[in-house]
Design a protein around this ligand. Structure first.
Ligand code: ZN
Ligand code: ZN
Length: 331
């Protein structure tokens, strides 16, 4: 394994994994969307991608401790399925939910504006849709970090101490709903057709799985376009000024425009997590943000004493802006 790790083949494969899995997922999605049971086949493709990523996490892990914390990675998954089905359900909902909402809501919504360029090839319509949706996703995510009233829901996603494929769907349902509303409403108003929503859903699903994977991928120039594992690991960092960056869900365009893009020339942090505590059980996690006690547990301190000054970090790249360092409990 050591010789494989240092080999040219290893480097070659590490460059190939991200674009290969992403493209493979999209090809699968293309066929799924042609079928009468779009959602069913899309989920088949989705879980095939999950299986592929899980395999590469064992073959080429980015962080050994995330893999070997207990040496029971596959047992973990089995226990997750058996005892903590909520995590799996959350993963499936996080993936298919936006698509399911669009399939139901899109035909029922008649926009007063007909601004969408329906004459464009679907490829370009999908790119436009991604950019528009990403604006809502960016601000939903950024506000979830900058406003404690929203962080109470988003903290669940950041409470993990290792990143791997199973973390992808770990979002509080309120957090997910806010993202769906902010990303989809502009598209309804612009009168984007259903296939645009489907492709955005597909891209979001596969980019999401890849951003959380514990695979030693090399993404090079892709870091300047997509939310890659390298960028997203910074986002999960315990260091405030590193964590409050890279809010992009699929694209990093809005991070670049609003000054929160962070990609210093060093390996991304493996020290991830939050200061506060989230409940242990699935149901506990769901209800925790709604009580004062739960809220205090989540933020890890009394909200009245929250006036924590923004931290400026002299990052190697110097790319962290003041706007990227709000008072959020991730230290
Ligand atoms: Zn976040
Ligand atoms: Zn994440």
């Amino acid at each position: 394994m050591t010789s494989f790790h240092g080999s040219r083949l290893y480097v070659f494969i590490s460059y190939l994994i991200w674009p290969g899995i992403f493209a493979g997922g999209l090809v699968g999605a293309y066929f799924a969307f042609q079928s009468p049971s779009r959602l069913l086949w899309f989920n088949v493709v989705y879980f095939s991608v999950v299986a592929t990523i899980a395999l590469f996490e064992r073959l080429m892990p980015y962080e050994q401790t995330w893999l070997k914390r207990d040496g029971e990675t596959f047992n973990d998954i089995a226990h997750t399925l058996l005892n903590k089905g909520g995590v799996q359900i959350a993963a499936a909902i996080g993936t298919s939910f936006p698509i399911a909402v669009a399939i139901t809501a899109r035909p029922a919504f008649e926009s007063p504006f007909h601004l969408w360029p329906t004459h464009w090839p679907m490829f370009f319509q999908a790119i436009l849709g991604l950019i528009v949706a990403e604006f809502g996703l960016y601000w939903a995510h950024r506000l979830a970090h900058e406003k404690l009233s929203l962080w109470r829901f988003h903290a669940l996603h950041h409470s993990v101490e290792r990143l791997w494929v199973i973390n992808t769907g770990r979002f509080h349902v309120v957090d997910s709903l806010i993202k769906i509303v902010l990303s989809q409403i502009p598209l309804y108003l612009l009168d984007a057709p259903l296939p645009v929503f489907l492709w955005i859903g597909a891209v979001t699903a596969f980019v999401g799985l890849l951003t959380h994977c514990n695979i030693d991928v090399r993404t090079g120039v892709l870091d300047w376009v997509f939310s890659t594992p390298r960028l997203h690991r910074w986002h999960h960092s315990k260091v405030l000024a590193e964590g409050n960056t890279n809010y992009g869900e699929n694209l990093v365009l809005w991070d670049q425009i609003f000054g929160t893009f962070f990609n210093p020339p060093r390996p991304s942090s493996v020290d991830i997590g939050i200061t506060g505590k989230v409940a242990k059980s699935f149901w506990g996690q769901l209800v925790q943000p709604f009580s004062t006690k739960g809220y205090r547990q989540i933020i890890g301190r009394n909200p009245a004493k929250q006036a924590k000054p923004a931290v400026e970090v002299e990052a190697a790249s110097g790319e962290v802006s003041a706007a990227a360092t709000p008072a959020v409990p991730a230290e």
